[in-house]
Ligand binder design. Sequence first.
Ligand SMILES: Nc1ncnc2c1ncn2[C@@H]1O[C@H](COP(=O)(O)OP(=O)(O)OP(=O)(O)O)[C@@H](O)[C@H]1O
Ligand SMILES: [Mg+2]
Length: 453
Amino acid sequence: MENSKGRILVIEDERSMREVLKILLEEEGYDVSAALDGLEGMEAIRNNIFDLVITDIKMPQADGFEVLKLVKEVVPETIVIMVTAFGTTEAAIDAMKKGAYDYINKPFKIDEIRLIVNKAFEKKKLSDELSLLREKFQTSFRLENIIGKSARMQELFKLIPRVAQSNSTVLITGESGTGKELVASALHNLSPRKGKNFVTINCATFPEGLLESEMFGHVRGSFTGAVHSKAGLLEVANGGSFFLDEIGEMPLALQSKLLRVIENGTFRRVGGTADIKVDVRVICATNRNIVEEVASGGFREDLYYRLNVIPINVTPLRERKEDIPLLLEHFLVKFSGNSKKVSPEALQLLMAHTWKGNVRELENMVERMVLLSDREMIMPDDVPDEIKGTPEQIGGLPEIDSGFDLERLMEDIEKDYLLKALDKSQGVKTEAARLLNLTFRSFRHRLQKYGLK
Ligand SMILES: Nc1ncnc2c1ncn2[C@@H]1O[C@H](COP(=O)(O)OP(=O)(O)OP(=O)(O)O)[C@@H](O)[C@H]1O
Ligand SMILES: [Mg+2]
């Protein structure tokens, strides 16, 4: 039925009851199926999607509890209403503890059924809408493991899936801790190469010789200690993506070999003479200013142009502070399993910080706060001193960024001083008003405005 108010399954072994329910609910505009017993009902539940199931408790073979259990397993969002005969009310209450929505007594009162069913549908509609909203929220503020609602991050979320489809080389730039590695792995995971390896090498962690043999492999005897031939990481990455982190640290000699890989997919193992061909997508990242490196001769210009086919820049956290609350929540869930929250005052301190270490600094700080505080709510005194900054920094005026809100800032400052004055005067309002050079009336008015006591 196309325009039905919803799909209902009635499971009832007594024929007259079953028919009364079916007729009544169809008159109400629902699309009603009926099952003669628990087994038939369970079969129907496995093969269809119902919004609501009305099931008798006492039935031969499978009873109402088995029906309820199945629904909770396979379609937990379906509502279950139990039907109780005289003397089974306790069982119905037990069923509600196990997740049934409500119960109706036999013999039926028509109005009661109508009311319970209609109410159940209203509730379901609401929770469906909520979960839809939640889903929408989750998908739009997250791409793979990257979280963000700021305009900059939203742009990135649009760009990454598109770039992931191509084979062009990508250069990801951004300050340390902004999430460059996350972007690189999202580029791989959203690409047609996702079934193959995503191989990462950090150019800063190897001395020159070792970096070369890690990347390209070596043949036996090519240097002291090379007792076996070994494949390089480029071969491991064949068919997949090769992520060169901190590419700015790559020595010039290796840069030309990398250029060759990018240009025609070939290289030689260290000490080897045969060309090896691979199909890899190269993704690079750096927190250095490569343009400057090129100018000073530390980075090959031709390689830079090759790498920079698709540039992706990740914005520092201080320029997208709207992401902080969302990231905080994300890391709180990660480290405290969702048990902790941040008080508005603590959030204010965290929003004011400049986060030179970007998201990594925020993540580490949350881990520390969760460890050190045993309260449910993170309070300002849980925030480490270096994040609170000096008084001048706190009082200092924040940069104008995309989340800037002058009115709110002024209010925050005002609120801060009201609290400070109350603190100093040990709660004596006339004294606090005097400290701020306000009349008592004006002071009291401001307290009321912010709901302060
Ligand atoms: N937008 C984000 N959402 C969730 N987690 C993030 C986000 N950005 C960064 N992180 C987390 O912060 C940490 C640092 O991120 P990542 O290693 O990707 O930074 P990076 O830019 O590569 O830093 P570096 O230049 O120091 O290597 C990681 O633990 C990462 O999971
Ligand atoms: Mg990194």
